[in-house]
Design a protein around this ligand. Structure first.
Ligand SMILES: Nc1ncnc2c1ncn2[C@@H]1O[C@H](COP(=O)(O)OP(=O)(O)OP(=O)(O)O)[C@@H](O)[C@H]1O
Length: 307
């Protein structure tokens, strides 16, 4: 799998302020990824996207797109990237079709039929004559996507594309992005505050906090970390693990540094494990079933001061 975006030590400070919007950020996006960027307000998500799209320039560090890094090569490679950063700008009194035509000319995309094609792809062909000021939020998001898709980009960068959408609009957006990724092989880089939603979409995550990358992790690795488990704290952890293996034939466990026994993939109810301990006369001071969601993972990371 080849790398489409790579940053090394990417740093951005706006103007003469001391505030670093991004600091020493190393991320790597591979072709075919759905790369979810997660972070609180002000974490630096939009800044990262702006740097990728050439809407702002780094204070320090390196940025590669399709392996190009020299400024004029980067500019050429940006034709292979489509983006919606913050609110896409429309001409409110022009029709959907005219807006797309302006965007096509601005981007230098050849062939008038390009507009028809993207209208079909985003399902807005029926509304091509509507003035932009008449569009619902969901339709505006689709129009933004249509603009980003003009020129058939290989990478799509979307800053909070589900902002302002109702629940069905959010599901529709997710399905649409998954289809683009699966059928057209488009790499998607997306930020969102809807973590439960992002969890169903992203294949890789980057967690940003106050301008720093806390972690880049694949969805698969995160899933393993968040897998279903039971944490049990007993007065005799070693004795308990012997019982676990002997009585329940359960070998998938780990004794954590604080003595808590973490039982992975529990095959039976939580009472069986507590019953095992109490039956052997052990005191139980903690008993908890855990299946961490992305949301919980993120909040725990923040609690520990990482994010
Ligand atoms: N043009 C600018 N001039 C000065 N500071 C800026 C500018 N744009 C962003 N910042 C600052 O950079 C930091 C990162 O902002 P950024 O917009 O990248 O965060 P974000 O993660 O996208 O936030 P949100 O989730 O609210 O959209 C913030 O402290 C913000 O105040």
């Amino acid at each position: 799998m080849d790398t489409v975006i790579e940053t090394k030590g990417l740093t951005k400070r706006y103007g003469r302020t001391d505030v670093y919007a991004l600091r020493d950020v190393d991320v790597r996006v591979r072709r075919g990824d759905i790369f979810g960027v997660v972070g609180d307000n002000g974490a630096g998500k939009t800044t990262l996207f702006k740097l990728l799209c050439g809407l702002a320039f780094p204070t320090a560090g390196e940025l590669r797109l399709f392996d190009a890094y020299a400024p004029h090569d980067l500019e050429r490679q940006r034709a292979r990237v489509g983006a919606i950063i913050e609110q896409p700008g429309f001409y409110p009194s022009l029709s959907v079709e005219k807006n797309l035509e302006c965007c096509r000319i601005q981007k230098g995309v050849p062939g008038k039929d390009a507009v028809e094609r993207v209208l079909d792809v985003v399902g807005l062909a029926y509304a091509k004559g509507f003035r932009c000021r008449e569009l619902s939020m969901g339709m505006k998001q689709r129009l933004g996507l249509a603009m980003a898709l003009l020129g058939e980009p290989e990478v799509l960068i979307l800053d909070e594309p589900t902002n302002g959408l109702d629940p069905s609009g959010i599901v529709e957006m997710r399905t649409f992005l998954q289809r683009l990724n699966r059928e057209k092989g488009i790499t998607v880089v997306v930020s969102s505050h809807h973590l439960a939603e992002l969890e169903q979409l992203a294949t890789v995550y980057a967690f940003l906090s106050r301008g720093r990358l806390v972690e880049q992790v694949s969805a698969r690795a995160l899933q393993e970390r968040c897998a279903d488990c039971i944490d049990i704290g007993v007065s005799d952890p070693a004795g308990f693990t012997v019982l676990l293996e002997r009585e329940l034939r359960h070998e998938r466990y780990q004794v954590l540094p604080d003595g808590i026994v973490r039982i992975f993939d529990p095959s039976t109810g939580i009472e069986t494990y507590s019953g095992l301990a109490s039956g052997a006369g052990m005191d139980i001071y903690k008993l908890e079933r855990r299946k961490t969601s992305l949301e919980q993972y993120y909040l725990e990371m923040k609690d520990k001061g990482a994010a």
